[in-house]
Design a protein around this ligand. Structure first.
Ligand code: ATP
Ligand code: ZN
Ligand code: ZN
Length: 745
């Protein structure tokens, strides 16, 4: 037998299968997905590889075909469908096959499987009792004691650890072995897993669903039981009880003997969310997150593969949990940009989930209060099925939102970062001992030029995105569009109103904390940003303190708007709502709307009514207006029209090609060469090459090309074409390229 093997190196020139002979004694273990050690290259260096195919015929001279040295038995063998999925990822998102295999396989570095011995009864309880009495009558106290020990166990069938018998019941190895030989008990080896969920489980009962929730659950169940699998999108306003719906769907899928994966953004993976699933499903659930060690993560995959858990919760990577009978993939907060991988293969979890579900005849349920334009657009075209939750669950009302116009504050000579209305409201809440969240929109911090008097932002005339200031000798002199490369001089006065209050500015969390202490010295403040959350549990520690009402005000960046549920929060202040409108990305309006609508959704989730003050320099912008009205559909209509006009995704597709080299001329030259190769393709718009937004990183220069086409497959062809070129042209050996399709950030 012969095996096709991918070598474990992410080098483009080795990115093809190599054929090896499978020695007779390894045939049983050399299955597709197994990892193997092979002699590679002229020196026959021992390398690791993965079997991706098997066949009976040799492709090359059989006398020259080398043999596999050994099959690594430790570890999970990737399901063969996961390998097909890896291939699909490579084809659709770029990167090497090795990168893709790595993405779908659990890490197995530094893994030592812990094995412990366990004693289980080999007789029924009744027989065991009779045997015990028999030994007692024979005055064989040691044996009787051990049998008594087995009978005492809470769960008789499960027995107890070997050690327990040695210590508590004073057994000896010989004694236990003797009893095993007599067929009274069994000594088994069990693998010990690291379980990331602690045992302090609070059991939570399922809630009685409201009508909207029930409708969704019923529709899903009807489809599911009829064998219909679909990709659904639940558009449910903040606090509408989506999580409760997911749990009911999962419950049904589990009852049908299938398993479920729940994707949630890493940042939302707090004790709160996990506790809800754990409370409902107990030990059927496992989690995956970046703070687990490689070994712990690996263990979770092993448990899934052996059928010991039925639900896996985690970020992107949990998508590849090797369940044997997957029925459902839930993607919570579907709009989150963290679902796109930022290292090769730069796949999008939404697309991969849909593909994996298709391969396994499973359903996908996405949910969001602010769906991505992609997902909602696909509901319009009929690709996804739309389901909606229009009301907050359990009687809570949507918060009332007020816009505070910062231009007017400036006119009234209020130079504070808090508008007058926000100051009033903070005072009231502090008096009432209700809690406050102050949210600073730090996306796009200081990365654009705007007017403090009229709110005008300097934009590129042809791309409709904010232009990026470029510093020269510590001063901003020119502005550049990073899509098309257009340049403008830094204006001295505002082109719209003539004001001289024009420039770059931003706001930090620390600064806000200081201002609170100045304005409201009695307030207890918690700050949540990259500095305060660096520790292992920093994140959840702060949230927990706030939930226990140990502070009046929580100040933070985007990380505080994600899916948290604090019932005593009645005021949310959004300090610089429009900063993120100006990141220079075509997704800026979408990101801003989502961030603001989610932030508004944090207020008034309990019995008390909520209020939001949204401070902005651009009160008329549709992102701000629609977020304040918490009107997703109105936002979608305007945004999709803009995407249509400018041919941005989801109407069209954008392939971003990054070219890296330590020599700037070399990177620029390669980018030009690649651009020239696109001439043979039709209906394609190529922008650039330009400096990438980060033009130089760790002494490596980065040039960027944007290629737009309505036809995704055509962009994949271009990618293949570029990859082939890179493999064959030695001139650019010192350069590297990566691809990103329809960038999410
Ligand atoms: N049927 C119900 N009856 C009573 N309370 C409910 C019901 N469903 C959900 N809830 C409660 O409503 C609150 C909001 O629910 P949940 O967090 O699931 O909403 P969500 O849609 O996920 O919100 P977000 O998108 O803002 O994170 C929770 O406290 C939840 O326990
Ligand atoms: Zn102006
Ligand atoms: Zn431009």
């Amino acid at each position: 037998m012969f095996a096709d093997i991918i070598v474990d190196v992410s080098v483009k020139s080795l990115d093809r299968p190599f054929q090896y002979l499978v020695p007779e004694e390894m045939v049983a273990d050399a299955v597709i997905g197994a990892s193997v050690i092979i002699p590679f290259g002229k020196g026959n260096r021992e390398m690791k590889g993965y079997i991706i195919g098997l066949s009976g015929t040799a492709k090359y001279d059989i006398h020259k075909t080398k043999s596999i040295l050994r099959v690594e038995k430790q570890g999970v063998v990737a399901e063969s469908h996961l390998l097909s999925l890896a291939y699909w990822i490579k084809e659709n998102f770029g990167g090497t096959m090795n990168d893709a295999i790595k993405a779908v396989m659990p890490v197995r570095k530094e893994v030592k499987e812990k094995v412990a011995r366990h004693i289980i009864p080999a007789l029924s309880r009744k027989e065991m009792e009779q045997k015990k009495v028999y030994f007692e009558q024979k005055h064989n106290t040691a044996r009787a004691r051990i049998l008594q020990g087995l009978l005492e166990q809470k769960d008789y069938e499960k027995g107890a650890p070997y050690e327990t018998f040695l210590h508590r019941f004073k057994a000896t190895a010989a004694l236990l072995k003797g009893l095993e030989e007599k067929g009274i008990l069994k000594i088994v080896s069990k693998q010990i897993y690291r379980d990331p969920l602690s045992d302090n489980r609070v059991v939570t009962k399922a809630k009685v669903l409201n009508e909207e929730q029930r409708t969704i659950v019923e529709q899903f169940i009807t489809d599911f039981d009829a064998g219909i699998r679909k990709d659904y999108l639940i558009h449910g306003v903040t606090g509408s009880g989506k999580t409760e719906v997911y749990m009911n769907l999962i419950d049904h899928v589990l009852q049908k003997g299938k398993q479920a994966i729940v994707l949630i953004p890493e940042i939302a993976l707090t004790f709160q969310t996990v506790q809800r699933f754990y409370g409902r499903f107990g030990s059927k659930v496992s989690i995956m997150h970046s703070r687990l060690s490689a070994g712990e993560r690996y263990d979770q995959f092993v448990r899934a593969k052996r059928g010991e858990i039925q639900i896996m919760i985690g970020p992107r990577s949990a998508l590849f949990t090797p369940f044997s009978n997957l029925g459902l993939i839930v993607i919570d907060e579907e709009h989150e940009s963290s679902y796109q991988s930022d290292s090769p293969p730069k796949y999008h979890a939404r697309e991969v989930a849909v593909q994996r579900a298709k391969m396994l005849h499973a359903s996908v349920v996405m949910g969001s209060a602010t769906p991505s334009l992609e997902a909602y657009y696909r509901c319009q075209t009929g690709e996804y099925s739309l389901m909606t939750l229009t009301k907050r669950a359990g009687n809570a009302q949507m918060a009332e939102v007020e816009i505070a116009d910062l231009r007017a504050e400036l006119k009234a000579r209020n130079f504070s970062i808090f508008s007058r209305r926000l100051q009033e409201e903070i005072k009231v809440r502090l008096q009432k001992r209700e809690q406050i969240i102050l949210f600073i929109n730090r996306r796009g911090y200081a990365g654009f030029v705007s007017c403090r008097e009229c709110g005008e932002v300097i934009q590129c005339d042809s791309c409709s995105v904010a232009m990026k200031p470029h510093e020269y000798k510590g001063k901003v002199s020119i502005l550049k569009c990073h899509y098309c490369g257009a340049q403008k001089q830094m204006p001295k006065v505002c082109p719209a109103c003539g004001s001289k209050y024009i420039g770059t500015f931003g706001l930090g969390t620390q600064q806000v904390e200081e201002m609170i202490h100045k304005h409201f010295p009695e307030a207890r403040v918690l700050r949540m940003d990259a500095d305060t959350t660096s520790g292992k549990e920093g994140h959840s520690r702060i949230l927990q303190q706030f939930a226990q009402q140990k502070a009046d005000i929580l100040v933070g960046t985007q990380m505080i708007v994600k899916g948290h549920d604090f019932e005593n929060v009645t005021l949310v202040g959004i300090l610089a709502a429009d900063l993120s409108l100006n990141t220079g990305s075509y997704r800026a309006a979408e990101r801003t709307f989502a961030l603001l609508a989610q932030a508004c959704g944090r207020a008034g989730r309990g019995k008390k009514a909520g209020k939001v003050i949204l401070q902005t320099y651009q009160p008329d912008h549709y992102s701000i207006q629609c977020a304040a009205a918490q009107d997703y559909k109105a936002f979608y209509r305007q945004e999709i029209a803009k995407r249509q006009m400018l041919q941005y995704p989801p109407i069209s597709n954008i392939l971003e090609v990054l070219v890296f080299s330590e020599k700037e001329e070399k990177a620029a030259m390669l980018a030009e060469v690649l651009k020239s190769k696109t001439i043979s393709y039709h209906d394609m718009i190529v922008l650039g090459p330009n400096d990438a937004p980060i033009a130089k990183l760790r002494d490596v220069y980065r040039k960027i090309l944007y290629i737009r086409s309505k036809d995704y497959q055509m962009l994949c062809n271009v990618k293949d074409h570029f990859e082939k070129f890179m493999q064959t042209s030695h001139m650019y050996n010192d350069c590297r390229i990566t691809f990103t399709f329809n960038n999410e950030s």
